[in-house]
Write a protein that binds this ligand. Structure first.
Ligand code: CA
Ligand code: CA
Ligand code: CA
Length: 680
């Protein structure tokens, strides 16, 4: 046994109390036993007896054959002795379109070949999941049925179940959400004898109760609860411990896309005299009465009522996939990225580039591409913020370093419509400025700068400036103590205005509080403090009547005085908080595992809500995936697209007449990328 394997086994042993206390001897290896793979590697069982189906971006098996084909002797799993583990978990990923009421279907069973007794198994019905087991010798000869109620599996979605058994406890976790536990009167038998039994996948050795859905994963993990291994998970519905190799291949063409291709033609009436017009919007008068028109861009089906076209079916745009659109070679590595629109002029992207020469660059969108429009001399530029005061258009630049004259200044530029360029307007003394935020309260315009540090001191003031309309300049309005401030985010909820700061580092630790402030009277006052880990960005967003704040945690680092441990981790959770309106406090809504997250961007496509995270570093490499998450209601945000990025620094979403786009900057290579959101 290699040293590494030994360590793994020891870890598993030390995690599993029952093993230490009751000296249980494992009859199996303490590793995942992939029963789905096992059934196909048994003699006589081949893949051509089942159908592999791809659905919702993942593959599974449809087990439409005779039960005997999908079985194998239990000895293939329990080769050291014949006892079923007393502590274990079973991991199943499945997709069930629907199930008639009162019908039961078996996911798997362990059946004695001679007496046909079900020793152990899992079956489900319309709204229940039953875990069955029987130990003739050790459970007074009584079969036990543990029932989880209100479990709606047959909704045609992928689901991953973890059923974990330990002593008196049977718990069920669905899609990595909160486990439901049932406590047994007596513990699970310590020596369930598997002699002479077989495992049946998708049945109980009979045709009745055969599993009708798709199965993607069926794993027995002896000795521990798999929940801690596979959860939390970026794709909780498809959380994976072990699946057959053949199911891992990349999706080619999904069932869903076929469904979409049929739409909306499937909805068309069949009558021969029904006239349907395709293309541009035709006239709708008496003579076109009762005729149909399909919008060429497949946006919908319309019916003429003799006066105007009435919407019959309207097709909401949905995000399908993301496509590389423009690779922009930048003058140097880019920190912040700001995209804005000047009415009557067009879309612009302004980049905070690292090098002073030729400095930072403003790009203008023309002919569907970003092209260089203007250069700015900047000093380790970190971020730009676009804002307007009346008809005046401004850009605030955060410079991180001193200029050639040794002055540390951040600059406000103003758009000159005649020259079609931004010109320097006001200089403001800043301290390793990281970010500007601009906002308006009751008609007053404010700017807040995130001062990161002065020399080696990170505990300094950040400053809020207010526009003085008489002088036409920004003046100091309030100072707020910050610790390695990285980002300000302004938001308002009803009549209330808030500012939240991302505090990154206090000199010894990144595990520090970031603070939310509320504007009362004429100043910002503390509202709530939230523990953050190298916080680098806050993003506020709203979904219907719910208000959220998400933090990008970049680094868990602590050289804390008195503690021996040095914490230094980049792969950490970033957290979404939701405002509890009655409690007037933001509470944790969802943790998402991120890789030195430095930015979150919220955007919408059609009726769907998305978040994209800038993952920048995994502790050894800058080549990490950034991830798009889609809002899925009760499940929260679920990962839907993984985008390879390199030193990703900032994401921005924007729309032009040619579609919806995402753009990101890289702090580690001189390339920025524009990605197109392809919709259905
Ligand atoms: Ca900001
Ligand atoms: Ca952001
Ligand atoms: Ca951003």
């Amino acid at each position: 046994m290699s040293a590494l394997l030994l360590v793994c086994v020891l870890l598993v042993l030390s995690k599993t109390k029952a093993i230490e206390v009751q000296s249980w001897t494992p009859c199996t290896d303490l590793r995942p036993l992939d029963m789905l793979s096992e059934v196909f590697s048994s003699p006589g069982n081949t893949f051509n007896k089942v159908r592999m189906v791809q659905s919702q971006g993942a593959r599974g098996f449809r087990l439409s054959v005779f039960p005997h084909v999908l079985s194998f002797p239990s000895t293939r799993l329990f080769h050291n002795c014949h006892l079923f583990p007393e502590e274990f978990s079973i991991i199943i990923t499945l997709k069930v379109p629907n199930i008639p009421s009162k019908k039961n279907e078996y996911l798997f069973t362990m059946v004695t070949e001679r007496s046909k007794h079900v020793l152990l198994g899992i079956r489900y019905s319309e709204n229940k999941l039953h875990f069955l087991f029987w130990s003739p010798e050790h459970y007074n000869g009584l079969k036990t049925k543990v029932t989880f109620r209100g479990i709606l599996l047959a909704d045609n979605q992928w689901h991953t179940l973890v059923l974990a058994v330990s002593g008196n406890s049977v718990s069920l976790t669905i899609d990595c959400s909160v486990p439901v536990e049932i406590v047994l009167d007596k513990p699970f038998p310590v020596s369930l004898n598997t002699t002479g039994s077989s495992i049946y996948v998708g049945s109980r050795r009979r045709r009745k109760g055969f599993f009708s859905g798709l199965m993607r994963q069926l794993v027995l993990l002896p000795g521990s609860d798999a929940t801690t291994t596979i959860c939390p998970n970026a794709r909780p519905r498809l959380a994976e411990l072990s699946i057959p190799e053949v199911l891992k291949e990349l999706p080619v063409k999904t069932e869903d896309s076929e469904v979409h291709l049929m739409y909306p033609f499937a909805a068309l009436p069949k009558e021969a005299d029904m006239k349907v017009t395709l293309g541009q919007q035709p006239p709708c008068t008496d003579s076109e009465m009762s005729q149909f028109w399909i919008d060429t861009s497949l946006k919908g089906l319309f019916l003429c009522n003799g006066v105007k076209w009435i919407t019959v079916l309207e097709r909401k745009e949905r995000l399908d996939y993301v496509e590389e659109y423009q690779n922009l070679a930048t003058t140097s590595e880019t920190m912040g990225l700001e995209i804005f629109h000047i009415p009557g002029v067009g879309h612009f992207a302004v980049m905070a580039n690292r090098n002073n020469q030729p400095g930072s660059v403003l790009y203008k969108w023309s002919d569907g591409k970003f092209k260089v429009h203007q250069y700015f001399i900047t000093y380790q530029a970190q971020a730009w913020k676009h804002f307007t005061i009346g008809k005046r258009i401004f850009l605030a630049l955060a410079n991180f370093e001193k200029n050639d004259d040794g002055e540390e200044l951040s600059i406000i530029y103003k758009w000159n419509p005649k020259k079609g360029k931004f010109l320097q307007y006001q200089k403001i003394r800043t301290y390793s400025a990281r970010d500007w935020e601009a906002f308006q309260i009751d008609g007053d315009t404010f700017l807040a700068v995130a001062n990161h540090r002065e020399g080696n001191n990170h505990n300094i003031n950040s400053v809020i400036y207010k526009w003085n309309s008489t002088t036409g300049l920004f003046e100091i309005n309030q100072t707020i103590p910050t610790s390695g401030a990285y980002d300000w985010e302004f938001f308002s909820i009803g009549p209330y205005s808030f500012l939240v700061v991302a505090n990154t580092f206090n000199g010894t630790s990144t595990n520090i509080q970031s603070h939310i402030y509320i504007f009362l009277g004429d100043t910002f006052r503390p509202f709530q403090s939230i523990m953050t880990f190298g916080a680098s960005d806050w993003e506020f967003f709203r979904i219907q009547d719910r208000f959220f704040l998400v933090v990008a945690n970049s680094h868990n680092y602590n050289i804390g005085a008195g503690t021996q441990e040095l914490k230094n981790s980049y792969v950490i959770n970033s957290t979404i908080y939701e405002l509890n309106i009655t409690g007037q406090v933001f509470v944790k809504f969802q943790d998402i595992l991120t890789y030195s997250a430095v930015d979150w961007e919220f955007f919408t496509v059609g009726e769907d809500y998305f978040l994209v995270v800038a993952n920048s570093f995994d502790g050894s490499s800058f080549a990490v995936n950034s991830v798009i998450y889609r809002w899925q209601g009760y499940e929260g945000f679920v990962a839907v697209h993984y985008l390879p990025t390199y030193g990703c620094r900032d994401w921005e979403a924007f729309n032009t007449s040619s579609g919806s786009f995402l753009m990101y900057s890289s702090a580690k290579e001189p390339i920025a990328r524009v990605l197109k959101l392809k919709t259905l």
